[in-house]
Ligand binder design. Structure first.
Ligand SMILES: [Zn+2]
Length: 304
């Protein structure tokens, strides 16, 4: 298996262990949401919480705090050094509500150049490289012109770099539209994932995506405003039984204070401590769980 670019440099994909493929460690959504819950800027708390993830048996996190969410690659590097947890940093632009005003003026090829630079040279002013593009979002009701350009640019950057792409697609079947844009722009569906598929409770939506060869992420585990985790576990088991075991990623997309152990939440270890037992109850074998939590994300992150 190939190496994966972490904030501390390349790591063989097979050494990534148990992976949470969609999380946020440092994030600030106050600009848009006007709510303190989405402000995670306490560096020591971040270290403590990531250490708890390690203590629960976790090894790697893909950190998808990108432009619009206030990324901090230098902070992530320090957290990775102090905790021993591998962190893969994403690059990109979140979605229209979070875009800088100058993005609309940028051409698709300029956006592609920016992505490629973050992946091959490093984030501005650092030597820390992105190992992932995402979460690249759209509204849940449609894709704007600039969002389309960002998705197209990611596909072009993927052709150049072989780095995986992940999207942010909430509630509706908007992931199918995202897939259309990405596929038409040349994205490699073997290293592309449509995110937040479990924010739509209809398992048929997942099937529609899987039938086209793209990965899906059930990455809102622990978010009960979307659906219960018991139902998530049932849907995942159904899809595994239908032959889609090798195209599913699971994560908790934590981006709020209320989910931190320090604030009374269950933290980054929740998937291991609470959700894996639900998957077992739903009928998945240990091998199938290892596949979901280790083999799948390792293979996906290895890119091309
Ligand atoms: Zn996210």
């Amino acid at each position: 298996m190939k190496s994966v670019q972490t904030v501390l440099g390349p790591v063989p994909a097979s050494e990534l262990g148990l992976v949470l493929p969609h999380e946020h460690i440092i994030v600030d959504t106050y600009d848009v949401r006007r709510n303190s819950d989405g402000v995670l800027l306490d560096h020591q708390m971040a270290i403590d919480e990531v250490e708890l993830f390690r203590a629960a048996g976790g090894d790697t996190m893909v950190e998808q705090t990108i432009y619009g969410l206030h990324p901090d690659p230098i902070g992530l590097k320090d957290i990775s050094e102090k905790t021993g947890v591998h962190i893969v940093a994403g690059t990109g632009f979140y979605w229209e509500m979070y875009y800088p005003s100058w993005l609309a003026q940028m051409s698709t090829s300029d956006i592609t150049k920016r992505f490629v630079e973050h992946i091959t040279v490093g984030f501005p002013g650092t030597e820390i490289k992105a190992g992932f593009m995402g979460e690249l979002g759209t509204s849940h009701r449609g894709i704007t012109e600039t969002e389309t350009k960002v998705l197209q640019a990611a596909a072009k950057a993927q052709i150049e770099t072989g780095i995986p792409i992940g999207t942010h697609a909430l509630f509706t079947e908007i992931g199918l539209d995202q897939l259309n844009v990405l596929e038409e722009a040349g994205a490699d569906l073997e290293i592309t994932v449509i995110g937040h598929c479990d924010t739509n409770r209809d398992v048929n939506y997942s099937r529609k995506l899987l039938k086209r060869g793209v990965w899906i992420a059930y990455d809102a585990v622990g978010q009960f405003d979307k659906q219960t985790d018991e139902r998530r576990a049932e849907s995942i088991t159904t899809l595994v039984r239908e032959g889609y075991a090798d195209k599913i990623l699971i994560s908790t997309d934590i981006a709020g204070r209320s989910r931190m152990v320090a604030h009374g939440g269950k933290g980054y270890g929740y998937l291991i401590t609470h959700f894996l037992p639900m998957l077992r109850d739903a009928g998945l074998t240990e091998n199938e769980i290892t596949n979901l939590t280790r083999t799948n994300p390792q293979r996906f992150l290895a890119g091309k």
